[in-house]
Design a binder for this molecule. Structure first.
Ligand SMILES: O=P(O)(O)OC[C@H]1O[C@](O)(CO)[C@@H](O)[C@@H]1O
Ligand SMILES: O=C[C@H](O)[C@H](O)COP(=O)(O)O
Length: 915
């Protein structure tokens, strides 16, 4: 018989305070049962962290689990833990049977993140109880104030409970009563009360660790009570435990208990936890030796077991010298060691340290999952200058401690400004494919096949996502071509008109609000062109909008409802992105599968440092705070369209209150000498693409460089999700609400006033002409002002209210490169009115000191709008003027240049590049 087995004879059950797959597989537990009379096992998050977090013992099991289907980090961990716990339960089953349920238990703890949540703890206890499905399982629930009612209800539900994290007599009494109440509730309902087991895990060594430290500090400081204090070293934890046991004996003798005992219930045994000696100055069996007594359990870590087997001492120590124990506690009180304060703090620290262990464990599982997924997950590599890397590391540490992953998914508005941010997180569910009805999309895709073309009418979030998907993935075989019209430019509209037969085209009118000016005008225009036949019109809009009403009265073929808790720029994985994708034959299910993979990677259980979205958000936010607020987008040709979607997400979400990340899209890369230290570069490519030729030099020159690599094009959906999370998190780092767009409305009001005035007078109110040169009219300035416009600007913008085509893009690019190389400032460009619903927010509300060249032109062919005096060309011009006024009002530098002829842009390019 081993000394450990002798403990059983002394009335104490010996449990193993450890779980480890290799040990279980090698029959280690069965050996302890056979040789040491072991009758139970405990685990906790720190134990699993040690077992699973390092090494490869669990890799095969993890692979086996994830091969069946991708799963969250928490579910993956649980599958591994449950397998171990079941194996341990099965090893102990003969003991459980032999002792008729009095012992033979294995404990599994509820998530430490729930230690302060009653309902969630109870829910999880029930879930784990069902998942492990073994009668000799005990669910560990912390004996915190919120945990105590969960303990009572779990017992009442017939679940065996190991109450953990007990440090004080006070807390122990509360959970002992909770146990009785749970049993009494069952008895009152006429349910069986036999066969339900519980232990109360009273922690020992951690108390000495804190009290001894206090004692040492006071002695070192020359405390007058030094010798009395010294006498208490290593005494308080054991004394505290002895008093708990004395109270247990009183409880067992009480009438209340005896009433229950008469019904055959088992006592809730005290279990000594935290029995590994932490101070090497003490004998290594100190706690195991000192707390031996009947009807108790000692859960012992492996090293302490070895020590006890070798030189432990078995005796009835628990009931010995109880008065001396009372004296120790009284002395501790007299000497101001504040045991009550210490034990209260230990609960807080205990919850935190188990949560920290879970963070590390979940981080490790997340990394293993990512490794398992391999190229099914798009990769991101970041090369940051040392100071930025330090700030990012600190942010990831802080955000882990502050539970940002969980708070994001829980919709905790205090992550941002504490306003209504929590109401704008519907995109997280959409990222998991939960917003769309795939069957309805398939029906639409089938119907759409009879049309050669599908035209999407919408702005901003209602057009950019669909356009990115359409341009990057193309139409499916036999499916219609997708045209996106997000403009009032008559030339652009005419171009689409030349490409389609309006009477044989599917039109998708897309607007969340259902009241945005451009889609409303376009809808009216095309409805006429289509012979007022609503059967080839589809609406995508939030419930109850004006668009929905029109769609109903005009008998549209379908109305797809958006989710009002998703803002436009976050709507791509909802119907706003998926309806046009389905109509043009894109494999929507593949997009959703990709989005879900990334959403899982960015889940509430993936701690910040292992969470791709939060990691990126920390980089973007810290780069912004360090003055690197120009996110410069570099793409391979195939991924070029992605930039315009990312522009809206970034600019509209972060550009406000004078702060913000300014996205720089389609600005050709230059040499290090062409830039200031305000940049962060991100390159998007597909596996096999070469690095952009100039990127390495920029990285070497100390600029932060991020490289995103997709395995295939449908993985673009992963980037939607990664960047949505990242920008939300960057908002938290910057300290703004990423879900509002406070400065967009002002330009809309100005435009509306100009258009309304035009409807009455037939005249557009133009600013004063400053000068003319060739075919250019310069308003509120002259050609000389144009030469100086961008000097010293925070960044330079070219905002062109002209047709968006390759020639115009090339001309604008020429101006940008010239300005960038001359001024070293970042340059942005936008086609109006498209950019108004995208980057426009940041240009007005974001960083100040920017300079904008606003370009308007006389259209060669204007288009009339049904029931309006104003033509598309007039509305477009009014939009330019309205926005320019608001930009000026906000303190940005603005010069408007009007092209008297459609083809006069080259004259302006010459002026700007010559400056
Ligand atoms: O889908 P809606 O309501 O027409 O809005 C279009 C776009 O306009 C904006 O509200 C900006 O004006 C964007 O946020 C939005 O994506
Ligand atoms: O149930 C067991 C406890 O979780 C364990 O004994 C805690 O021990 P520690 O204080 O060494 O972490």
């Amino acid at each position: 018989m081993s000394k450990l087995a002798d403990l059983a004879a002394a009335g104490q059950a010996v449990w193993l305070d450890n779980v480890d797959r290799n040990f279980l597989k090698a029959g280690g537990l069965r050996k302890l049962i056979a040789e040491d009379g072991l009758t139970g096992v405990t685990s906790n998050p720190a134990i699993f962290e040690k077992a699973i977090g390092s090494g490869d013992a669990y890799d095969a099991g993890l692979g086996e689990f994830l091969t069946k289907a991708d799963a969250s980090v928490a579910d993956t961990f649980e599958s591994l833990a449950i397998a171990d716990i079941r194996a341990a339960c099965d090893d102990l089953r003969p003991v459980y049977d032999r002792l008729e349920g009095k012992d033979g238990y294995v404990s599994l703890e509820v998530s430490p993140y729930l230690a302060l949540e009653t309902e969630a703890s109870l829910f999880e206890a029930k879930k784990l109880w069902a998942a492990v499905d073994r009668p000799n399982l005990m669910i560990k629930i912390p004996g915190t104030a919120p945990g105590t009612p969960a303990i009572r209800d779990a017992i009442a539900a017939g679940i065996n409970v190991n109450v953990t994290l007990l440090f004080s007599l006070h807390a122990y009494k509360a959970v002992a009563h909770a146990y009785l109440e749970g049993l009494e509730a069952r008895a009152a309902r006429g349910e069986a009360v036999t066969g339900i087991a519980s232990v109360a895990s009273f922690f020992v060594s951690r108390i000495d660790s804190v009290i001894d430290k206090k004692i040492d500090e006071r002695i070192a400081a020359g405390d007058k009570d030094a010798s009395d204090l010294k006498a208490l070293r290593g005494q308080v934890a054991i004394a505290n435990a002895k008093l708990a046991y004395a109270w247990y004996q009183d409880l067992i003798a009480s009438d209340r208990w005896q009433n229950l005992a008469a019904k055959g219930v088992m006592p809730q045994r005290l279990l000594w936890a935290s029995t590994g000696v932490k101070d090497k100055a003490y004998p290594d069996t100190l706690y195991a030796d000192a707390l031996i007594g009947p009807d108790t359990v000692d859960t012992i870590p492996p090293a302490t077991m070895d020590a006890f087997r070798d030189h432990g001492t078995v005796g009835q120590t628990l009931t010995a010298e109880v008065d001396a124990a009372r004296q120790v506690i009284a002395d501790a009180e007299r000497l101001g060691l504040d045991l009550a304060g210490v034990t209260a703090q230990l609960v807080v620290d205990g919850v935190k340290s188990f949560a920290d262990a879970a963070d590390t464990l979940y981080g490790a599982v997340a990394a293993k999952r990512a490794a398992f997924l391999g190229n099914k997950l798009a990769t991101l590599e970041a090369h940051l200058p040392a100071d930025l890397q330090t700030a990012v590391d600190a942010r990831l540490k802080q955000s882990t401690a502050d539970a940002w992953s969980r708070r994001l998914w829980a919709g905790d508005a205090t992550l941002w400004t504490g306003k209504d941010e929590g109401k704008w997180l519907g995109w997280l569910a959409a990222a998991r494919g939960e917003q769309v009805d795939l069957a309805a999309l398939e029906t639409l895709a089938d119907e759409a096949r009879k049309y050669p073309d599908v035209v999407l009418l919408g702005m901003g979030g209602s057009s950019l996502g669909p356009e990115v998907i359409g341009l990057i993935l193309g139409s499916g075989r036999g499916a219609p071509r997708l045209h996106v019209l997000d403009t009032t430019d008559p030339g652009q509209i005419a171009t689409v008109e030349g490409e389609i037969d309006a009477k044989n085209t599917l039109f998708i009118v897309s607007s969340k609000s259902g009241s945005t000016l451009e889609p409303e005008l376009l809808r009216a225009y095309w409805f006429d062109k289509a012979g007022q036949d609503g059967t080839h019109f589809v609406a995508v809009t939030d419930p109850g909008s004006n668009l929905e009403k029109t769609a109903k009265s005009d008998s549209y073929a379908h109305i797809f409802h958006g989710d009002p808790s998703i803002g436009g720029r976050y709507s791509v994985m909802s119907v706003f992105g998926m309806v046009p994708a389905a109509a043009s034959g894109v494999d929507v299910a593949a997009l959703i599968a990709n989005a879900r993979t990334m959403a899982t990677s960015c889940g509430p259980d993936a701690p910040p440092a292992a969470n791709p979205g939060i990691q990126l958000g920390a980089i973007l936010g810290e780069a912004h705070n360090a003055g690197r607020n120009k996110l410069t987008i570099v793409t391979s040709d195939a991924l070029k369209p992605f930039g315009s979607w990312l522009e809206q997400l970034t600019a509209e979400s972060t550009g406000k209150l004078g702060k913000g990340i300014v996205p720089i899209d389609l600005e050709p890369l230059g040499d290090p000498a062409d830039y200031s230290a305000d940049r962060i570069f991100v390159q998007f490519g597909v596996a096999g693409d070469a690095d952009h030729a100039k990127l390495a030099a920029l990285q070497a020159a100390g600029h932060p460089v991020i490289r995103v690599t997709l395995t295939d094009l449908p993985q673009i959906a992963q980037e939607f999700v990664r960047w949505e999370v990242a920008i939300a998190i960057a908002g938290a780092v910057i300290g703004i609400d990423p879900f509002d767009q406070p400065d967009v409305e002002a330009a809309k009001i100005e435009t509306r006033e100009l258009v309304d005035a035009y409807e009455k007078s037939g005249q557009l109110d133009l600013p004063a002409v400053g000068g003319e040169q060739g075919d250019l009219v310069v308003y509120d300035g002259d050609a000389a002002a144009l030469g100086k416009l961008f000097d010293g600007a925070e960044y330079a913008g070219v905002l062109a209210y002209i047709e968006r085509d390759a020639a115009h893009e090339a001309a604008i690019e020429k101006m940008r490169v010239a300005v960038r190389n001359r001024t070293k400032r970042a340059t942005v460009a936008g086609f109006g009115p498209r950019f108004l619903h995208s980057t426009g927010q940041a240009y007005k509300g974001g960083p100040k000191g920017a300079a904008f060249l606003v370009i308007t032109r006389e259209p060669s062919h204007d288009l009339t709008i049904p029931d309006r005096r104003a033509s598309f060309g007039t509305v477009e011009r009014a939009q330019a003027l309205g926005d320019a006024k608001v930009l000026t009002d906000r303190g940005q530098r603005v010069l408007i240049v009007h092209l008297k002829r459609e083809d006069a842009l080259s004259q302006l390019v010459d002026l700007v590049t010559a400056a």
